[in-house]
Design a protein around this ligand. Structure first.
Ligand code: NAG
Ligand code: NAG
Ligand code: NAG
Ligand code: NAG
Ligand code: NAG
Ligand code: NAG
Ligand code: NAG
Ligand code: NAG
Ligand code: NAG
Length: 615
């Protein structure tokens, strides 16, 4: 079916709407101004400061997300676009709200491991340059992960939407040699129309207040934009842009609506930039088979050398390098690359625009999601651990693992459909998910990273144990908070439990009072344990401190407190006092509910046919 594939022809008339868009873009200039040298000095200091926090882990789950949907092909292209979010809750009973253009468009309560699709209105696509409020904001009561999907005809792209904690106020923009890159791609596409379309940045304000954003350029004037609360700006870029500095956290998408591929086709690409302080030195470039044009691009702010066991040629890069690194074997083998300074590496091809997962960001479990039956999961694991990679509850047994030169790692590709959890019980791994458009062009990127800590039987959301809640709250608030975080106020109602908590608090060097799950009945004034939503009266074990508990006027609730012999006895405290608290949670694992649903469906069908038989 060639007829419904995107064709290049409409691009030739792109000039009309584009010049109209330039009009809008000009309006933006009223808020621009020149940035003084002083701000450049500040920038350097900031850069040094953020480098120190490098090495933190980076997971894709959170409570609060903000993103946007870039233009896919062209807004006036005859095929209807489909823009949606796939939202997956990690825990049960998670309420989720989605806002578009500052209006609530979706709310629901999700169950763990079941993906909900939220379709966005057609006008979510950002085809105008300039500012708007048309961001998409997702808020949830507990941890979720979000995949955004944009499809118009054959042009499909996915992006793992990053939670607010992964955003930052400072980003370096990859200074790709856009002209050269486009002409490499154009040669495949018979040199059509590169003038009419350009790479763009979408900068999204994560905060509900005005946010000043400075786009710094090499040799050209900087641009200053005041972003509206939760608003966004879309700008065309030409390779002169080097950094984004904002007052508050922003999300940054680098995108192109229509990268030419072949036979008069094009497709959208999108890459959410990682802030500089998440950069690192060690990477494994995933092998992406059958990509005829693949570029490896380095972004760095310093002089940098690249090695792969040996020094790579060309290897000395000035700051903000624009040239691609040519690695022909990327098309068949995975490659290890070490950079002398922290950097960001990107794989760029007509359909793919991905930032590589540095080794330190490897996780113990990932979620992969595919539209088609031909999804491709690329797994990178230490060679000694390759026999223990799992897909859901099954072992990934493959003879296709191939060792990566100069490393202790191997990689393998597996074809899958639907949604799966890829995990390892004892080490961290790297996982990418790719799919193909109907034209055969690859798209995708890093899989949805869930947890860094390996666990023997699956994807561990949290382990069994104590958690000290650092925010002082009343007893009732603390009780509710523990339940909300899938636990309960700890109730040491046996000598053994009391000893456990005392040891734990001693190890943590706790020097203050903490709420426990003990309080008086309002009616009888009897003490009882509140374990989650269960009340336990008449418990015989007691560990009151000297002179405790006081009478009911002194307090109707109980805290544990440090003493000289560190056995952490209890005392009565007024319930409305604000104290830290100690929650206890049992281990919880993440699994997908789709398998169970399928089984259930089969059972129902079976029952149905039985019933029919009886009738
Ligand atoms: C969610 O609820 C289901 C069904 O009650 C249960 O099997 C599962 O363990 C729960 N998952 C989590 C993460 O709480
Ligand atoms: C977004 O909201 C603004 C008003 O705040 C309105 O002018 C604009 O048309 C809306 N855009 C969309 C796509 O609904
Ligand atoms: C949000 O939820 C409430 C109650 O569950 C419902 O009445 C309302 O229509 C929902 N709003 C949207 C935008 O879905
Ligand atoms: C594309 O243009 C370049 C010069 O701009 C030319 O060298 C090349 O042959 C052209 N390719 C095709 C397929 O026309
Ligand atoms: C790139 O864009 C900037 C800002 O729009 C402009 O000042 C500059 O002249 C452009 N550079 C080139 C090489 O086109
Ligand atoms: C990929 O390349 C291999 C051999 O080079 C070929 O057999 C296969 O058909 C190609 N796959 C696609 C989807 O193009
Ligand atoms: C999004 O979720 C829906 C429903 O689970 C699924 O059918 C679809 O394939 C998912 N899309 C992607 C791109 O994973
Ligand atoms: C107490 O909580 C459990 C698990 O969360 C639930 O199954 C049960 O219905 C709750 N009981 C009451 C009385 O709310
Ligand atoms: C606790 O024990 C007392 C007497 O020892 C009894 O009167 C009371 O009913 C018991 N309470 C509960 C909740 O079992």
């Amino acid at each position: 079916m060639k007829t419904d594939a995107p064709v290049m022809l409409p691009l030739l008339i792109y000039k009309g709407p584009y010049s109209h868009q330039l009009g809008d873009y000009n309006q933006l200039h009223w808020s621009y101004m020149l940035v003084s040298q002083g701000q450049k000095v500040m920038l350097t200091i900031l850069l040094v400061a953020v480098m120190f926090s490098q090495g933190q882990s980076w997971s894709d789950y959170g409570y609060h997300f903000i993103t946007a949907f870039p233009e896919n092909i062209a807004s006036y292209y005859p095929l209807y676009p489909s823009n949606y979010l796939n939202i997956t809750a990690l825990y049960n009973d998670t309420s989720v709200d989605v806002y578009f253009n500052q209006t609530l468009i979706y709310n629901n309560t999700l169950q763990s491991g079941r993906t909900e699709t939220v379709t966005l209105p057609v006008d979510v696509e950002q085809y105008q340059f300039g500012q708007s409020y048309e961001s998409v904001m997702i808020q949830s009561s507990y941890y979720i992960v979000v995949l955004s999907v944009s499809q118009r005809g054959d042009s499909v792209q996915t992006n793992v939407v990053q939670p607010l904690q992964n955003l930052y106020t400072f980003y370096t923009i990859p200074s790709l040699n856009y002209n050269e890159m486009m002409s490499t791609f154009n040669q495949m596409a018979n040199n059509i129309s590169k003038k009419y379309s350009s790479f763009r940045l979408i900068i999204i304000n994560s905060q509900g207040l005005n946010n000043q954003v400075i786009i710094q350029r090499q040799q050209f004037q900087d641009t200053v934009i005041i972003l509206k609360p939760n608003g966004l700006v879309q700008l065309p870029i030409n390779g002169s842009e080097i950094t984004i500095v904002a007052d508050y956290k922003v999300a940054v998408l680098l995108t192109h609506p229509c990268v030419e591929t072949e036979s008069c086709r094009c497709n959208m690409v999108v890459n959410q930039l990682r802030p500089d302080f998440k950069w690192s030195n060690e990477f494994i470039v995933p092998s992406v088979v059958n990509m005829s044009k693949t570029w490896l691009h380095v972004t760095s702010t310093m002089n940098i050398q690249l090695y792969s066991g040996v020094k790579l040629e060309p290897s000395n890069f000035e700051p903000y390098p624009s040239n691609p690194l040519s690695l022909p074997s990327v098309q068949s083998d995975s490659q290890y690359i070490y950079t002398s300074e922290a950097a960001s590496l990107r794989l760029v091809s007509p359909g793919v625009f991905i930032e590589l997962i540095p080794l330190y960001m490897f996780h113990a479990c990932y979620l992969v999601q595919f539209k088609s039956t031909q999804g491709e999961v690329l797994v990178i694991a230490k060679t000694a651990y390759t026999d223990n990679v799992h897909i859901d509850s099954n072992l990934l047994s493959s003879t296709e693992w191939s060792p990566i030169t100069n490393t202790q790692y191997s990689s393998v590709s597996v074809i899958l459909d639907g949604a799966h959890i890829i995990w390892h019980p004892s080490t961290t791994i790297g996982v990418y998910m790719f799919e193909r458009m109907k034209s055969g062009i690859l798209y995708g990127g890093p899989a949805i990273a869930l947890k860094t800590q390996p666990a023997p039987v699956g994807c561990l959301l949290h382990s069994t144990g104590f958690e000290i809640v650092q925010t002082p709250m009343t007893w009732v608030e603390s009780h509710q908070n523990c339940i909300f975080t899938k636990g309960q106020l700890f109730s040491p109602n046996t000598a053994e439990a009391q000893m456990q908590i005392a040891n734990f608090l001693d190890n943590q060097e706790i020097q203050e009072d903490l709420w426990i799950g003990l309080r008086r009945s309002l009616l009888t004034l009897d003490w009882y344990w509140q374990k989650g939503n269960v009340s336990i009266y008449n418990s015989s074990y007691m560990q009151w401190g000297t002179g405790e508990p006081g009478d009911h006027v002194k307090g109707m609730c109980a805290s544990i407190f440090p003493n000289s012999i560190i056995d952490f006895p209890w005392k009565s405290v007024r319930c409305c006092t604000k104290l830290k608290s100690v929650c206890y949670r049992t281990a919880q694992y993440f699994s997908l509910q789709s398998e169970i649903q399928t089984v259930r469906q089969t059972v129902n069908e079976f029952e149905l046919s039985q019933t029919t038989a009886y009738v």
